[in-house]
Design a protein around this ligand. Sequence first.
Ligand code: ATP
Ligand code: MG
Length: 472
Amino acid sequence: MNTDLRAIAAQIPEPIHAVCRALRAAGFEAHLVGGAIRDLFIGRAAHDFDIATSAHPHQVTQVFGRRRTIPTGEKHGTVTVLVDAGGERIGVEVTTFRGEGAYSDGRRPDSVAFVSDLVEDLRRRDFTVNAIAFDPAEDRSGGVVSDPFGGLADLVARRLRAVGEAGDRFAEDGLRVMRAVRLAAQLDFHLDAATEAAIPGAIPVFRKVSMERVRGEILKLLAAPRPSVGLRLMQSSGLLAEVIPELTEGIGLRQNRFHAHDVFEHTLATVDETSGGPIVRLGALLHDVAKPRTVAPKEDAPGENSFFRHEQVGAEMAEAIGRRLKLANRDRERVVALVAHHMFWYSPEWTDATVRRFINRVGLELIPDLFAVRAGDVRGRGFGEEAGREIDELQRRIDAEVLKASALKITDLAVRGADVMRVLACRPGPVIGEVLRRLLERVIEEPSLNATESLEALIPVVAEEAALAPAR
Ligand code: ATP
Ligand code: MG
């Protein structure tokens, strides 16, 4: 905990200070509120400074002028003030003190009422640690902290506690239960007992929240240092069963001698141990999602299980889950590919052509993320193993193939579809793609073939093969 107010004031960027000063000079109150202040007190990097003010939106616009303000959410009291920060223009959200509006649908307040009292504004915030305000002194020598709900004490105890009655607060806005588990993971805090106990009862309200907003929280949760903190809370509170029930099927599912954990625990450990952004972590979260649906006893090892083709079944499940979460297409495809390809087994006997086939199958672009999931997967087995050596070696061999500029995908070939049509004197059709695929297979085997002349000579040969071979 950082309780030196001078040090805290010093970390607030000058342009933010300037906005507070201007509002104060015009006779209004201005306080820093929300996540940034919370983060400064616990020594976390703060971003997105929000300012709460007694000025109404039109007054904020008057103070800074139309050219420096954007009426972002004027109805909700928010005006974005544009400030210069190191030659760059950044927006600072300035929001009029608001009281609690009525929520009839559990999604958005029906109305917001502007109030003149800071404490009323803090009262409508979700958690005590998010309901701390800081009014920085003009000269940055310190400032005044307003903490009517005991947020500082909760920061010390590393505890997330609802402002007021948790059940009521969760019933007003169904997103708050997801914010609770997300913030717990992000901050590595525990939930206050009453707050935690109120989550299951709020699930009917949670169901009304749009998937886009839920997805936003899940991705933030997955970006936390240890997502398992939030995932465990999602599981115990019933939220996981609402969003990704497939994952709960792995609870208590035994694996085999290669794993210390059941499928669910292994999944959580893998996510924590996978480094990278939230999309790679989502790939890690879903990598073994099909194990419960593909489990079969190992014939040669009593008491052990195998999970034949779980990566293929898992890729289909990941596709459905990605659609349910309304992921962007690119992100969904990436997650699906990570699940589909996570079961490769490198050994030094791989030939260079095997390495090239691997690159072609997985796609060069996915490889760093796939290796990150593999590193997490191996650590997640729970025996202190590392993926290290074999992955490093495969990486070196991949780099060597890329440097040799071997053809690794269709567009690397020295001929194009037009050449195939000319040589075969045929029209566009599926056979063109099939011929190119077969040419690539040959070139992956033998890179020296990748020259226009050799490939043109091969076109009739592979075209004949394609015509003879059963359609793939
Ligand atoms: P982050 O670090 O992700 O920005 P944050 O706590 O700042 O976390 P924001 O969404 O930026 O989250 O919200 C800013 C502040 O607004 C919060 O700290 C909280 O005081 C309040 N707030 C945000 N969402 C809600 C909500 N659903 N219900 C009540 N208060 C909320
Ligand atoms: Mg914020």
